[in-house]
Design a protein around this ligand. Structure first.
Ligand code: 13P
Ligand code: SF4
Length: 353
């Protein structure tokens, strides 16, 4: 694919690497053969009638990412054709942050939400980090600002601040250390203090408080996907199916978690299903995750309810292809904010080593 030279004044990434020709996206019998193996991986969750719309993008993205020396990081909530057919690395927020820190690729395409792309940029400041849709936000990240954290520090002088990864770089810059759902308790306890401010998810804070003796001061942020589950839904699921296993993300309300057989990060939940192979399971989280696990665990029946994250669903194959062709949309962070936010994220990554 030829690279098209561009004029000065365009984004850093475009002036460094140039844009490329948009590949041909026709679905032909040859393309069907070439993508048959990829389809095999998702055939139980993507109906055959939908594949011709995905296949040309799957082929084009897989070719273009090699030409660009790009790596595609995909969160566990991406749809199956992204998760199973074009991603180089998949995982929860912590795993994706670690991959971003270690990759040798020149370009990172973050298939997830904005705070994940920012975290990747913080850990790989010299790489080009792209997000296929800059509007892919997060209700938790939007619930708090840097000024809010500064005000909390004034109210609770000397109390360290632990910030969930689901926050902007501006908020991370004001905190002492970051955490994700998979290491929150460990990070809180690592500080060796009797009290911490834990931001911004009030339900995750409540969950952490139940696992530690450290006193937790929380904020009123909520995940718009997980706050909608109710304990009543889950009790109904168990009444219908007494043997069903209920596994939940810690962003759910406390009474929902009280109904769960297991609580953990998105990867923790996936591992639970793969290891235990329950006959029936409810994954109390974003819908695509059940599809992604179902594609790999044919012996497990997935009982819904689940909710869609509108922000994660902004990431689609056509937008990922655009990212690779036109090098958009590029993540940039103010250098002073980045330096302070990076220290918080690096402290978290170091603790995991
Ligand atoms: P995980 O770190 O568990 O993947 O969670 C991220 C997220 O946004 C869940 O809603
Ligand atoms: Fe944010 Fe919730 Fe979407 Fe995760 S699922 S990105 S926490 S809104």
């Amino acid at each position: 694919m030829p690279i098209i030279e561009t004029a000065p004044g365009v984004s850093d990434a475009v002036s460094k690497y140039g844009i490329m020709d948009m590949p041909d996206l026709e679905y032909t019998p040859e393309l069907a053969r070439e993508t048959a193996q990829a389809y095999e991986r998702v055939s139980t969750v993507v109906p055959p009638i939908e594949w011709p719309a995905f296949a040309p993008y799957v082929k084009a993205i897989n070719e273009l990412k090699k030409e660009r020396n790009a790596v595609i990081l995909a969160h566990n909530y991406m749809t199956p054709e992204i998760f199973h057919c074009i991603a180089d690395y998949v995982g929860d927020s912590l795993q994706l942050a670690k991959e971003a820190a270690n990759t040798k690729a020149e370009i990172i395409v973050q298939c997830g939400v904005h705070f994940m792309a920012e975290t990747a940029k913080l850990l790989s400041p010299d790489k080009t980090v792209l997000i296929p849709d800059m509007k892919a936000g997060c209700s938790l990240a939007e619930s708090i600002t840097g000024a809010d954290v500064r005000a909390l520090r004034e109210t609770y002088p000397g109390v360290p601040v632990v910030t969930y990864a689901n926050t902007s770089a501006e908020v991370k810059a004001e905190c002492d250390i970051c955490c994700t759902s998979s290491n929150a308790v460990k990070i809180v306890e690592s500080l060796g203090v009797p009290r911490v401010i834990f931001l911004p998810d009030e339900f995750l804070a409540h969950y952490v408080a139940g696992q530690t003796d450290v006193e937790i001061i929380s904020w009123k942020g909520r995940c718009e996907v997980h706050e909608r589950f109710t304990a009543q839904d889950l009790r109904a699921a168990r009444e219908n199916d007494p043997g069903v296993k209920i596994i939940a993300h810690p962003e759910c309300p406390p009474d929902v978690l009280a109904e769960a057989d297991y609580t953990g990060s998105t990867t923790g939940m996936i591992n639970y299903v793969k290891d235990k192979q329950p006959k029936k399971v409810v994954m109390v989280t974003e819908c695509s995750m059940s599809d992604n696990v179902a594609a790999e665990t044919p012996g497990v029946e997935f009982v819904r309810p689940c909710n869609l994250c509108p922000h994660m669903k902004r990431i689609t194959l056509p937008k990922i292809l655009d990212s690779l062709v036109y090098l958009k949309e590029e993540i940039t962070i103010d250098p002073d904010v980045a330096a302070r936010a990076r220290a918080s994220v690096e402290r978290m990554v170091e603790l995991g080593k």
